[in-house]
Design a protein around this ligand. Structure first.
Ligand code: PLP
Length: 373
């Protein structure tokens, strides 16, 4: 039996998404910058995807730019907020994804002030602390707080954070790579300047992401060259990828309630089964709706089997993760586990679910974990 429970790392491309992409990898291979028919077809397909993203966010198409991935979107926002908008200080949480934290390290070396908000044992920031930090300085500030954490699933209230940022005239960016498609967004109702998304987290292809840039902010091009993406991001577009992103997002928009119910019920089922079968079970982060419905971070007692937890699960055919994908297979506690003060005598495994998972797969995983504990 092969069980894929690593959907926060990446998801399987949906066959209907692949079907929409295929013509643009075969017969419709034109360069969208070409004025002939092949080029025009590619261009219009790109603009169709842009409309889907704009409709999903309730944004204007002029505010959506395609990038190569979530990492690029996050780099673009952080670096261009400094280079184009004169940001002098960035406030982020200590459990941001490495593509945010490492971008901040680079910017710090170049003289930008970086301040990290600590989190409690659930991985939650303190909004009063954010407010106080913003109140202490009038320097132009960007707040970069992820919508939800990829390792433990903790969701941040980006509406409340946006309001605080607005009150203090700070810009607000949210790395929404784990929530785009899985939740609804309305940028008209919230004070958000920038959002980042990535298609491979919602049954789209890898190597394609987008950034939402509120029209009140004008950034310089992040990649110089041709006039693609309205001069913001040069380079011949990943046409099939962009179409895959739009198709996958539309699939979610049309089926969100069903997908959400299906995936949440898997998470609830696994929590129940684990509690029933393993007395010494615990979970990292919250397990309620303040946590991603597709992520469950399980904490087990350390022993010689759980010390090699991911390896032992892999032998049984179960793909899971210890934390973020880049930390997979590593026995070292991740920066997130350290930040939430996860006990050193516990071992963590992250199960993350998709529409392709079943309760039978969960039963199998629970049996395997039970054997190890
Ligand atoms: N941000 C978060 C919260 C993520 O989970 C990930 C991927 O794991 C990224 C950013 C990076 O996205 P991408 O893989 O598209 O570069």
């Amino acid at each position: 039996m092969k069980v894929y429970f690593d959907n926060a790392a990446t998801t399987k491309i949906h066959e209907s998404v692949l079907a929409e992409m295929m013509p643009f990898l075969t017969d419709n291979f034109g360069n969208p910058s070409s004025i002939h028919e092949y080029g025009r077809k590619a261009k219009s397909a790109i603009e169709k995807s842009r409309k889907i993203v704009a409709r999903y966010l309730n944004a204007s198409t002029a505010e959506i730019f395609f990038t190569s991935c979530g990492t690029e979107s996050n780099n673009m926002v952080i670096k261009e907020a400094i280079y184009s908008l004169g940001v002098k200080r960035i406030i982020a949480s200590s459990i941001e994804h490495h593509c945010v934290l490492h971008s901040l390290d680079t910017m710090k070396e170049r003289g930008v002030k970086v301040e990290l908000l600590s989190v409690n044992t659930f991985g939650e920031i303190n909004l009063d602390e954010l407010e106080q930090m913003l109140a202490t300085s009038t320097e132009k500030t960007l707040v970069s707080i992820m919508n939800a954490n990829n390792e433990i699933g903790t969701i941040n209230d980006i509406v409340a954070i946006g309001e605080i940022c607005k009150t203090h005239q700070a810009l607000f960016h949210s790395d929404s790579v784990q929530t785009i498609a899985h939740y609804t967004f309305d940028v008209q109702k919230n004070s958000i300047d920038f959002l980042s998304g990535s298609a491979h987290k919602f049954h789209g292809p890898k190597g394609i992401g987008f950034v939402y840039i509120n029209s009140t902010n004008t950034l310089h091009p992040f990649i110089d060259g041709g006039a693609q993406e309205r001069n913001m991001r040069a380079g011949t577009e990943n046409v099939a990828g962009i179409i895959g992103l739009g198709t996958a997002l539309e699939l979610w928009m049309n089926n969100l309630d069903e997908y959400k119910t299906q995936i949440s019920s898997l998470k609830v089922y696994m929590i129940g089964r684990l509690k029933h079968e393993i007395s010494d079970i615990a979970f990292n982060g919250r397990t309620d709706d303040k946590s991603l419905y597709h992520v469950l971070s399980v904490s087990l007692p350390a022993n010689n089997k759980t010390d090699l937890l991911l390896f032992n699960l892999d032998i049984k055919g179960i793909c899971a993760s210890g934390g973020s994908a880049c930390a997979s297979g590593s026995v070292q506690a991740s920066h997130v586990m350290e930040a939430i003060n996860a006990p050193l005598d516990r071992r963590t495994v992250r199960f993350s679910f998709s529409i392709f998972n079943t309760k039978e797969e969960i039963d199998f995983a629970v049996e395997c974990l039970k054997e190890m504990v």
